[in-house]
Design a binder for this molecule. Structure first.
Ligand code: SF4
Length: 229
């Protein structure tokens, strides 16, 4: 089964549930998310997904970061709220590429870790996933792992395994709306021309998580501590 992956917090839990429910199935992760902006944030989420898949013994394929194509598809829907029409287009695109990939690989089914995201509409995902599955002659598997305190378990697991938890869905449009509501600047979208790494920036997080990757590879004990200033 090909598993489209959106982020580590969702995939880490979802993949373990799938491993339990489908023990005979070989799962392959597929990180295809050109909706994540800026590229540095995309890279950071991918880095954490790589770590999660390594921990779970799951092969991971990275899709193309075809952000221009994604932007052309959502043109005219920039001001839509989350769960609105832009999100429908975004799911369709990610599912289309995932279903096509699954078909190319000779898989008979595909699914998506978006199904476990508490902020997504399950109905919207099911409709998109089923339609694309039909088009490519495969099945869309849509388990509901949120129910029966699933979301709570997912959060505990994310904390225990020190996963990177982002605080926005992914695209610059939703990010701008969210920061406007918080009366903040979407500073995730700015980088100093000098290339200086700012405190609490995405670039600083990348440095830290890359360091963790090295420490883990060398089995050096470490701990991530969150501080605000
Ligand atoms: S808010 Fe999230 S799901 Fe909706 S369009 Fe943006 S990235 Fe895609």
């Amino acid at each position: 089964m090909l598993v489209h992956i959106c982020c580590s917090v969702d995939s880490h839990y979802f993949l373990q549930k799938l491993q339990g429910e489908y023990p005979e199935e070989k799962l392959t992760g597929f990180f295809y998310d050109p909706n994540i902006h800026p590229y540095s944030e995309y890279y950071l989420r991918l880095l954490d997904v790589k770590r999660s898949c390594k921990m779970l013994g799951i092969d991971l394929i990275e899709g193309e970061y075809d952000v221009d194509k994604w932007l052309s598809l959502v043109k005219g829907f920039e001001n839509e709220p989350e769960k609105g029409e832009r999100c429908g287009i975004c799911f369709d695109r990610r599912f289309e590429v995932s279903a096509q990939k699954a078909q190319e690989m000779g898989e008979s089914s595909y699914t998506s870790t978006l199904l476990t995201s508490p902020k997504k509409s399950l109905d919207q995902l099911q409709i998109a996933g089923d339609a694309l599955a039909k088009e490519f002659g495969i099945a869309f598997i849509a388990p509901d792992y949120r129910k029966a305190s699933g979301t709570q378990e997912q959060n505990i697991m994310a904390k225990e395994d020190a996963l990177y938890r982002q605080d926005y869905c992914g695209c610059m449009f939703a990010l701008n709306i969210q920061r406007d509501q918080q009366q903040k600047i979407a500073d995730e979208l700015f980088v100093p021309i000098s290339g200086q790494v700012q405190p609490e920036s995405i670039e600083e997080r990348i440095e830290m998580y890359e360091k963790r990757w090295r420490l883990e590879a060398e089995n050096i004990p470490h701990k991530i501590i969150k501080q605000r200033f």
